[in-house]
Design a protein around this ligand. Structure first.
Ligand code: AR6
Length: 180
């Protein structure tokens, strides 16, 4: 059984095998959680992502975590919200699915996701949380993996509520905790 958790706090501080980054197609860093991850990991991270040559929206790439407590960083590129009719839901789901596939391929046992696309990319929070939760549940059911913990890491309370609600709607048991 994989434990599902909602955590309020800074994803860069989490002691897990892998943290997911809400990156952009360049993989060269940016603001928000991406900036925080690059700052905490150190310049070696940018040196590695430069060599990857970008990543299309809806996919993900994996690197080492360098100075982070996490061993791996999985850089997922979520969609920019354009009103809901530009395939945003599928692209957000696919970014999560790709991240989980990479995690499974690397024997990851604990992974933390930020609320991808819900910051500067403008994706509505509740809708994004339902997609994140739904994609994780389907993956855990259908694919082979070593995942023991999947953490939805939220920076603010509205994000926590959105994930709690999505998990409740899905009939999942989960635990909420606050870091720091
Ligand atoms: N820990 C956990 N969550 C965080 C942290 C943190 N340290 N910092 C921010 N968040 P965003 P996006 C939350 O804007 O919408 C970047 O410039 C934040 O509150 O980081 O996918 C990239 O380079 C929000 O809920 O990512 C891209 O260009 C969530 O993380 C672009 O932003 C995602 O917000 C990606 O936009």
């Amino acid at each position: 059984m994989t434990r599902l958790e909602v955590c309020r706090g800074d994803i860069t501080k989490l002691e897990v095998d892998a943290i997911v980054n809400a990156a952009n197609e360049s993989l060269l860093g940016g603001g928000g959680v991406d900036g925080a991850i690059h700052r905490a990991a150190g310049p070696e991270l940018l040196a590695e992502t430069r060599r990857l040559g970008g990543c299309p929206t809806g996919e993900a790439r994996i690197t080492k975590g360098y100075r982070l407590p996490a061993t791996w960083v999985i850089h997922a590129v979520g969609p920019v919200w354009r009103g809901g009719n530009a395939n945003e839901d599928n692209l957000l789901s696919s970014a999560h699915e790709h991240s989980l596939r990479l995690a499974a391929e690397h024997g990851v046992r604990s992974i933390a996701f930020p609320a991808i696309s819900t910051g500067v990319y403008g994706f509505p929070k509740e809708r994004a949380a339902r997609i994140a939760v739904g994609t994780v549940r389907r993956f855990l059911r259908e694919r082979e993996h070593d995942l023991e913990r999947v953490i939805f890491c939220c920076f603010d309370e509205s994000c926590v509520r959105a994930h709690e609600q999505a998990l409740e709607e899905a009939g999942e048991e989960f635990e909420t905790w606050r870091a720091g």
